[in-house]
Design a protein around this ligand. Structure first.
Ligand code: ATP
Ligand code: MG
Length: 308
């Protein structure tokens, strides 16, 4: 386990690197044990970021094929879809499948270009350049997953433009360096169209650099399998949770901004498994997180009572 990396920001590595510039002192890495691919391109650095254990992922259609084709063709990929429907899990799975390291950056409005590119830091009496997560990914040939890209500042999205067209270069102005991307480098961005507003939408010049994959909640039988697997409960309860989610997703137009996610169903399953009565579990894990509106809560409660 490597713990000596400095980004001047927090780095949490869990099958990947997640950065949080707000808490520079919080830094930890969690790596899976064992070794994965031993290709000659894999430096010890690269190896450190490989996902070692196959993530559980149930495919919904031909998304695996499309990812593989995009990777081979060096085309960046955009994943669109509601929260908790499997985008991150899919990228983790593909990173494992393609034996490429994964570096994840959670984008937010205080994310500066330098947080991605790197910066000069004072070390003893010297200033040393420290690559940011994007630069590291570009050099090592990682899959760089920019989560919720719409949240990032405009200057941040512009940084990725030369990287996501046929140039595949990263320009580090502060260092006067132009880095040519490693042949295996790939950018994947995620984006929730549900949160879209006029102020926070991706520019055409950004979105037209990506092949796009639409994600949605899996179809009922598959979603129940996922809930059963991840929540470690029987299929009968999992199917009921999925039926409940289906009904909630149908009333979305009547005030809910987004339907119950697969993630919430898994939470419900996990707490049912640990002894919380079903009604209470559904309320705590599904109904309450979705809305504060008392009337909607009543409707959601009625649905729970109908199904369980
Ligand atoms: N197709 C799938 N196969 C296996 N697990 C899945 C699948 N879809 C969803 N899950 C489960 O649902 C959970 C939530 O999915 P995930 O974190 O990938 O959502 P997301 O789309 O990235 O959400 P967000 O936009 O909020 O980041 C996962 O941790 C996983 O347990
Ligand atoms: Mg995610």
């Amino acid at each position: 386990m490597k713990i000596n990396e400095i980004y001047g920001m927090s780095v949490v590595l869990q099958n990947a690197i997640n950065i949080d510039p707000i808490h520079p002192s919080r830094k930890s890495e969690t790596l899976f044990g064992g070794l994965a691919s031993m290709s000659s391109q894999n430096s010890p650095e690269t190896m450190g970021h490989l996902i070692q254990q196959k993530p559980y992922y149930l495919s919904a259609g031909d998304e695996i094929k499309l990812f593989e084709v995009a990777f081979a063709a060096k085309i960046p990929l955009m994943l669109k879809g509601p929260t908790g429907c499997g985008k991150t899990r899919f990228v983790e799975y593909m990173s494992y499948r393609l034996k490429r390291p994964l570096i994840t950056v959670a984008c937010h409005e205080d994310l500066f270009a330098s947080d991605l590119l790197g910066r000069y830091l004072l070390k003893k009496d010297e200033t040393v350049w420290v690559d940011g997560p994007l630069t590291r990914a570009v050099r090592m040939g990682a899959i760089c997953y920019l989560d919720e890209i719409v949240e990032a500042r405009k200057d941040t999205t512009v940084v990725i433009h030369p990287l996501t067209d046929n140039r595949r270069t990263l320009s580090i102005d502060k260092k006067g360096e132009i880095v040519q991307a490693h042949p295996d480098f790939m950018v994947v961005i995620s984006y929730n169209p549900g949160y879209q507003s006029v102020l926070k939408d991706l520019k055409q010049s950004t979105r037209q650099r990506f092949v796009s994959l639409e994600f949605d909640y899996p179809e009922a039988q598959k979603e129940a399998e996922i809930v059963s697997h991840e929540g470690d409960i029987g299929m009968d309860t999992a199917l009921k949770l999925v039926t409940l989610a289906g009904k909630i997703r149908n009333i979305r137009e009547h005030g809910l901004t987004e339907g119950a996610s697969t993630r919430l169903l898994i939470y419900a399953a996990q707490i049912i498994r640990r002894g919380i009565p079903v009604h209470e579990a559904c309320r705590s894990a599904i109904c309450f997180p979705l809305t504060d509106d008392a009337r909607l809560q009543e409707t959601l409660n009625d649905l729970v009572e109908d199904i369980f």
